[in-house]
Design a protein around this ligand. Structure first.
Ligand SMILES: CSC[C@H]1O[C@@H](n2cnc3c(O)ncnc32)[C@H](O)[C@@H]1O
Ligand SMILES: [Zn+2]
Length: 439
């Protein structure tokens, strides 16, 4: 019988599978063929295996790629423009005026490329985004090789991109049609928030999502003001309104969900809504602490996101995963809340569940696509290594991510970007800085 010829065989001291919480395989290799995890093999059997490329990584962890469940990639170009503000001051008085001056197709392409390079260097393989000029975002996704969920933004008010909700929808859907054959690019519908989208538009979004089988991505219950204003103006909390409008379903990825009572947590769980937790953005905008432990206990798929670089100001999923574990402990005064293995599951498999791709990615399992990362734990900062699960969450940093693969394609090799030109990206960022300062 002829022996299988694998494309890549990568061995490491540890594999965190995420198949079961905390499961670690020691001294194993992952064999990749045609973009898939074809086999998981004990390292002592690797000599007999045929592969086009054999990579022996030593003191590294191999694990599923990180899934950034909520972002606005192009906002890298607005990083640091307005810090230390509350959400509505930040949006109304700083970010929306800046977006009105600068956001066009080329802004979105350049900002998204910069974001994707940063995310790849930090071990992120999938981004669930929402912004404007979606074809530019899709092109950035293709250029980077990342698995990209492009959210078609929908608001009632005009921006450079569109003048009313119907136009946002029709332009977004037209841009989506350019990418229908691209396996790594998926469009979602992204009504911005309950305070910027009307009932009629939410109803259209629900119908369209069902007809086209699309995910819905929306900021919900981000601040106490959002909830209180809705009660004042509509005599209803936003989540109750969205429930009435038919928005609550497994299609929905609700970003933030900071201010929830016990009844709302139950409703979210019963409707199968997924939640994107954004610890750094919630802390920086002083939005609050999301009830992550309670949501997880209710069975909700809680993933982790960075939000945009203008409110974070990093796109660092390893830092975000650490913050998710730490903030849960502060929020509940319970040191056992969100242990390291749970935080890793949130950043990987839960994100995949939220996006409806857990059959394809999110854990190291034969038959899944090879969206994988390697983290080098041989640094002084991670010595000694008793438990790789603990180190990945609490001790290692994104600078220790050495390799990244999406569907078996290497996007980062020994910290070198393979699909993007780091020098050119920095130069484009600097061009934008000069343009923004000049306007
Ligand atoms: C329509 S999606 C893009 C839109 O959202 C704005 N935005 C970025 N971060 C947040 C946030 O945390 N809450 C609400 N809105 C946010 C962004 O600036 C774009 O205008
Ligand atoms: Zn956001």
């Amino acid at each position: 019988m002829s022996q299988t010829q694998y494309d890549t065989l990568v061995s490491a001291r540890w594999i965190i599978t995420v198949e079961q919480d905390g499961e670690v395989l020691e001294n194993h290799a992952i064999a990749i063929k045609d973009g898939q995890i074809a086999a998981i093999i004990p390292a002592n059997q690797c000599a007999a295996i045929s592969a086009n490329e054999k990579l022996e990584l030593g003191n590294h962890v191999l694990m599923p790629g990180l899934i950034n469940l909520h972002g606005h990639s192009a906002m890298t170009l607005l990083r640091g423009l307005a810090d230390d503000k509350a959400l509505m001051d930040w949006l109304n008085n700083h970010i929306w005026p800046a977006e009105g001056k600068h956001v066009q197709d080329d802004f979105v392409f350049d900002g998204s490329c910069l974001a994707m390079a940063e995310m790849i260097r930090g071990g992120t393989t999938t981004i669930n985004d929402m912004y404007f000029y979606h074809a530019a975002m899709g092109r950035a996704g293709l250029a980077s090789g990342m698995r990209t969920f492009v959210g078609c933004s929908i608001l009632e008010f005009p921006t450079n991109y569109a003048s009313n909700a119907d136009e946002y929808i029709s332009k977004g859907m037209a841009e989506r049609s350019e990418f229908l054959g691209e396996e790594l690019i998926t469009f979602t519908l992204a009504p911005h928030a309950p305070y910027t989208v009307s009932d009629a538009t939410f109803r259209k979004v629900v119908d369209l999502a069902e007809r086209e089988d699309m995910r819905i991505h929306c900021h919900i219950h981000e601040t106490a003001d959002e909830v209180n204003n809705s009660v004042k103006e509509l005599q209803q909390r936003p989540l109750a309104r969205l429930q009435q409008l038919g928005l609550l379903s497994p299609r929905l990825i609700a970003a933030h969900m900071v201010h929830l009572n016990a009844e709302e947590i139950d409703i979210v769980a019963r409707h199968g809504v997924a939640v994107a937790h954004n610890p750094a953005s919630n802390m920086k905008l002083a939005s609050g602490i999301a009830p992550v432990q309670q949501l997880l206990a209710a069975g909700v798929a809680v993933g982790i996101g960075t939000d945009g670089a203008a409110s974070n100001n990093k796109l660092d999923m390893m830092a975000e995963t650490r913050l998710a574990a730490l903030l849960a402990k502060v929020g509940t005064l319970d040191p056992t809340a969100v242990p390291a293995a749970t935080a890793i599951r949130m950043a990987t498999l839960n994100g995949a569940r939220a996006l409806g791709i857990a059959d394809k990615v999110g854990s190291v399992k034969v038959g899944k696509q090879a969206d994988l990362i390697a983290i080098d734990l041989s640094a002084l900062e991670t010595a000694p290594a008793f438990d790789p699960v603990s180190h990945v969450v609490y001790a290692a940093g994104r600078e220790q991510v050495s390799h990244v693969w999406v569907k078996g394609r290497c996007l980062l090799n020994a910290r070198q970007l393979q699909t993007m030109d780091e020098v050119a990206l920095k130069a484009r960022g600097e061009d934008w800085r000069n343009r923004i300062l000049a306007r």
